[in-house]
Write a protein that binds this ligand. Structure first.
Ligand SMILES: *[C@@H]1O[C@H](CO)[C@@H](O)[C@H](O)[C@H]1NC(C)=O
Length: 368
């Protein structure tokens, strides 16, 4: 009983502290938010109707302050979410305009989310690289153009960088690899060109690297093999070439690897096909040649194994029939020849998995 009362008292004190201190908004933060509001046009939901008065810390939609300092720490504006303002209006939001560089005077900002508004244009202000407390920068799903700020590597606290589904161009800045705490990088669906930095593997905390649908050239840097937390690597639909480094197959937690739709060549690394943890492997639409390494085993477990549209020749490796599970197999559009192995993982596969090869035969194709 006593304990409960004590707890209630301390909660009450805490709330009192919060409400007295937070009822302020620093004049510089207020001015910055007003500039941001002026730069963006939300014609769908009217969320900026709540950005009125001088206390930006109370009831300004998407704005949060640190209760002790009264400084703005989060801007969280999503055009698609479970938020009542969106579900009530039964639509997803649309916003145009651009991000005011005045945002950079919000120097305590830890989260900047301006996501899925579809119509926000303009560039990412270069000065966001000075927001040294930033942990999350998420501008996915707009029409933002221009380059990634050159000094992005200064954001030592950054854990999430999501700029996917925009019109970002230029190269991956060399400084990006200094984001030593980065866990999630998504630059997919943009117009980013140039090479993946050779020292990309310095991003030791990275677990997802999504770079698909850009115009990246060059090859996969060997340093990627050192990324011990990388679980998901998607480089599909770029213009990458060269051989796939064997070290990718030795990565400890890699579970999804999509390299489809590039110009990779050489042999398929045996280490990739024998890897125990890799469950999704898409190598489709490249220039891989030679035989498929005969290295599958009783622990091979592929939800997806897509090797279609390459120049693979020789037989389908017999060891594939010892695999524990093959969900989706596509070996079509190659130069494979010989009898399709019989056994468990092949029983449920249709003819399309084997179509357009030189001389495959047996179930589900015609008898040999
Ligand atoms: C593999 O990649 C190709 C080419 O990008 C794509 O068409 C195909 O759907 C992918 N396979 C699977 C199973 O997702």
């Amino acid at each position: 009983m006593k304990m409960v009362r004590l707890l209630l008292i301390s909660v009450a004190t805490f709330c009192a502290t919060v409400s007295t201190v937070s009822s302020s908004c620093s004049p510089s933060d207020l001015a910055a938010l007003q500039s941001i509001k002026t730069g963006l046009i939300d014609s769908s939901l009217g969320i900026f109707n709540s950005w009125v008065g001088t206390d930006c810390c109370v009831n300004w939609y998407g704005v949060s302050c640190d209760p002790t300092t009264g400084r703005v720490v989060d801007i969280n504006l999503r055009g698609e979410s479970e938020d009542p303002i969106l579900t009530k209006s039964g639509q997803s939001g649309f916003m145009s305009g651009s991000i005011s560089p005045k945002i950079c005077s919000l120097d305590r900002l830890t989260t900047l989310v301006l996501a899925d508004w579809k119509g926000v244009t303009g560039e990412i202000p270069q000065c966001v690289a000075t927001l040294s407390n930033l942990r999350v920068l998420d501008l996915v799903g707009n029409k933002i153009s221009g380059g990634i700020p050159a000094d992005i590597g200064n954001l030592k606290m950054l854990t999430v960088l999501n700029l996917a589904d925009n019109q970002i161009s230029g190269k991956i800045p060399a400084s990006l690899v200094s984001l030593s705490g980065l866990m999630h990088l998504d630059l997919s669906n943009n117009q980013i060109s140039g090479e993946i930095p050779a020292d990309f593997g310095k991003l030791k905390m990275l677990s997802r690297a999504l770079l698909y649908r850009n115009q990246l050239t060059g090859s996969i840097p060997d340093s990627i093999g050192n990324m011990n937390r990388l679980a998901d690597l998607d480089l599909s639909r770029n213009q990458l070439s060269g051989r796939v480094p064997d070290c990718l197959g030795k990565m400890r937690v890699l579970s999804t690897l999509n390299l489809d739709g590039n110009s990779f060549s050489g042999q398929l690394p045996a280490s990739l096909l024998s890897n125990r943890g890799l469950g999704i492997l898409n190598m489709s639409r490249n220039g891989f040649e030679g035989n498929i390494p005969d290295v599958f085993h009783e622990n091979s477990y592929f939800m997806v194994l897509d090797l279609s549209y390459n120049k693979l020749k020789g037989p389908i490796p017999g060891s594939l029939s010892s695999a524990k599970y093959i969900g989706h197999l596509d070996l079509s559009h190659n130069h494979l020849c010989g009898a399709i192995p019989v056994g468990n993982p092949f029983d449920h596969l249709g003819a399309s998995s084997f179509a357009n090869n030189d001389c495959l035969c047996g179930n589900p194709l015609s008898t040999c």
